[in-house]
Design a protein around this ligand. Structure first.
Ligand code: NDP
Length: 258
């Protein structure tokens, strides 16, 4: 018998599912048979990307321009998605930003710019899914946050005094939602990547020596491809992960273990 992840019949919502790690998650969800709803903020090519995924895997895949920090808009959108794309079975709260700045220069505006999408926006999407599942009495909801090892490690040389704590917050957010929503049949977990080759790490693409040095801090001696983060996320969305909740899967090639 082939051990296979099957998400067919479900719609998975992926915030920031049009680029980087989120795009890989959208692909792998569709490959597992799920319909996919992508939420994006501004990238104009997102609808074309969604169309390509739909055609490649023969599923429904639609991109919706929606800022995850807008609670009312996200709640309304989840209802639209349920109706237009399919019964939502999972949400991947992946959208996030990383503004680097020396701590001495940080302002309240910088705080909001980081914490609003990275913590509040994650909560908003999770809550919108939970409300929908409550309304439809759906008992098998899955929520996966894309956090970061930066939630537990202060990376030497980085200026991430707000980014890192925004990711630490997701650890306790997942635990609390997992505890409160367990009786609704909802599982909530974090996947915490190490360094991944995406636009967020343009600095590493521009500086091969820096990339090499960062890679040398991992046991595997390389940074991660986005697809290597998507696999664990899809696993946590699947029936195979039915007894995992309130926890964190670290996917960092050994960086965290030093
Ligand atoms: P990218 O910068 O490549 O993509 C970010 C995505 O988030 C885009 O799709 C963007 O949409 C979307 N987004 C950002 N803000 C909002 C918002 N307010 N509303 C809706 N969508 C939004 O990021 P990565 O793929 O690198 O990162 C994805 C997640 O993984 C983030 O949470 C990040 O913190 C985390 N992570 C990344 C690591 C890395 O090394 N790359 C390491 C550890 C964690 P648009 O395209 O429209 O702007």
């Amino acid at each position: 018998m082939v051990w296979q992840i099957d998400l067919s019949g479900k719609c998975i919502v992926v915030t920031g599912g049009n680029r980087g790690i989120g795009l890989s998650i959208s692909h792998q969800c569709a490959q597992a048979g799920a319909h996919v709803a992508i939420l994006y903020r501004q990238s104009e090519d997102a609808p074309e990307i969604a169309k390509g995924i739909a055609e490649k895997y023969d599923v429904r895949c639609v991109a919706y321009k929606c800022d995850v920090t807008d609670q009312r808009a996200v709640q309304e959108l989840f209802k639209t998605i349920y109706h237009d794309v399919g019964p939502v079975g999972g949400v991947v709260c992946n959208a996030g930003v990383n503004y680097k700045k020396p701590a001495l220069e940080l302002t309240k505006e910088d705080f909001t710019k980081t914490f609003e999408p990275n913590v509040w926006g994650v909560f908003v999407a999770a809550q919108a899914a939970a409300l929908l599942w409550q309304e439809h009495q759906y008992q098998n909801g899955r929520i996966v946050f894309v956090s970061s090892v930066s939630g537990t490690v202060a990376n030497k040389g980085e200026q991430q005094a707000f980014y890192n704590p925004s990711k630490s917050a997701l650890t306790m957010l997942a635990k609390n939602l997992a505890m409160e929503w367990a009786e609704m049949g909802i599982l909530v977990n974090n996947v915490s990547p190490g360094y991944v080759d995406t636009d967020m790490n343009q600095g590493l693409r521009d500086d091969p020596e820096l990339k090499k040095s960062v890679a040398s801090n991992t046991f595997l001696n390389r940074i991660s491809e986005p697809d290597e983060q998507a696999g664990p996320v899809v696993f946590l969305l699947s029936d195979q992960a039915s007894y995992i909740t309130g926890t964190e899967m670290i996917v960092d090639g050994g960086l965290h273990s030093w």
